[in-house]
Design a protein around this ligand. Sequence first.
Ligand code: TRP
Length: 446
Amino acid sequence: MKMNSFSRVGFILAAAGSAVGLGNIWRFPYITGEYGGGAFILVYLLAILFIGLTVFLAEAVIGQSGQSDVSTSFVSLSKSKNKNWKFAGFMVATGLIILSFYSVVLGWILDYVITSFGTLPTEAKVAGGNFENLITNDIGSLIVYHTLIAGSVIFIVLKGIKEGIEKINLILMPLLGLILFGLLMYAFTLDSFSQAVSFMFTPDFSKIDGDALLAALGQAFFTLSLGVGTILTYSASLPKEANFVKSSFMVAIVDTSIALIAGLIIFTYLFAAGAQSAAGPGLVFISLPVIFSGWGTLGNVIAVSFFLALIFAGITSAVSMIEPSLRFFIERFKMTRQKATILCGATFYILGIVALLSMSKSFGAELTFFGKNAFDIMDFMSSSIMMPIAAIIICIFLGYFVDKELLEQKFTKHTSSAVFHTWYLLIRYVVPIAIIILFLNKLGAI
Ligand code: TRP
């Protein structure tokens, strides 16, 4: 097993690679834009600190103690050793569902990397038309892109933790950092930089309502890769004596910094052109290319770099979505990594094809159920149903079904008992209540 575990730095890099993804560079800026900036960011930071980090530590402690897949680790850590805890393993399926459409979105981005070498659209109408055409008409290209992305993910995870996942993170994370650094330096030179700073860091609390709070909470979960067993599974490959508390804080700091940097870059660029901050999901696909087009050849360089950064960030997240199910099949069904990868790889690949076809004009109608296309159903099922349920189970499990002394011992080996007691209070009461409210709201019940 040692052969196939992370080094401590490897773990931090891989967990940060999982956390930093489309959620940071695509989703965070557009929801910050929609909710008006500063105040939303403040709420988001609190959600990360008190709720996200609490669940992150929870997954880390279960994983590091269990040193196995999600199911096995739950059973072995439970007070009663009740075998029924194995059903918590359902959460690994969520990763495959997210990966199905995440791979499709990475496919769109691949198209943007390629087309950014050519002429960029000069008008929002044209840019919007291009985007619309890509996702609803260009099925052939989308299948090729999805296949390329899925193939890369499968190729990487086939090689295992050390040679596959740790290595790809060791290459792509520094590259991502480098590109973001370059994009940030360029943003510094623009006058609109200070406007972006004040948009992001001057809170206007009149813009905060219940919806904004819940959006911040949902984003905190998604960006830290929680509720899927990813952090749990990665932590199972963390050496038993490694400091999981410090590692968790570091991952949260890296993840949050990158989201803020991505926000600064994107808002500076948008404001430089006097563009709207509240452009929604089309922000990076429609608004940005138009802005880049005004910058001549430099615009092409920036466009290609920006979309490459998204690909790099996304690939390291994608590999982390499949790993929990691989580990599950390897440990529980004694499958070889190859066999498990073929099984899980084929599943998400096919689901991805269904997702991409469901957005097309030609097949959309057949793949729409209850007014939602298959792509949206997968998104809704995973983010709004399965992830919150898994997160609640994790909290209830640690708060009520695991020996408190045992947990205290594990925490206080690395941190003060005040930190432990705060965490324990959060995991027993605060976080489950927050998630239940989020959950009911997403279902439209409140
Ligand atoms: N955190 C990643 C992002 O921000 C997405 C991600 C990777 C993820 N693994 C996950 C989300 C597991 C939920 C669960 O893009």
